[in-house]
Design a protein around this ligand. Sequence first.
Ligand code: SF4
Ligand code: SF4
Length: 111
Amino acid sequence: MSGVEAARRGLVARIDPAGHPLPLSEAAPGSAGRTGFWRTHRPVLEPARCVGCYLCWLYCPEDVIEMAEGAGPRGQAVPVIDYEYCKGCGVCVDVCPTRALKLVEEPIGEG
Ligand code: SF4
Ligand code: SF4
């Protein structure tokens, strides 16, 4: 498969310095099953602290964050997390520059 064809299919995230495509898988909700079952903690948003920077959306490895344009208290975009597939890894919490996301322990028996 040519690099161009791979890129068109969405399989290539990068080209190495020698021009070879690096085929990387794409995140997709549900591709690893109902990953929400794995979760012991969930990320919870404090909308007032969010600046709508999209970093959580960009780095979520499960692609389970949608940005709701204009839904924040100052009209900023804010993340909406699909807890059905969020596995509670905390990447979004780690990359958030304003600590608008916090990991909160899941109540036992709920998921
Ligand atoms: S904790 Fe955050 S980064 Fe991890 S799967 Fe859930 S929404 Fe995505
Ligand atoms: S990373 Fe933090 S500040 Fe940026 S959009 Fe996500 S929650 Fe908001």
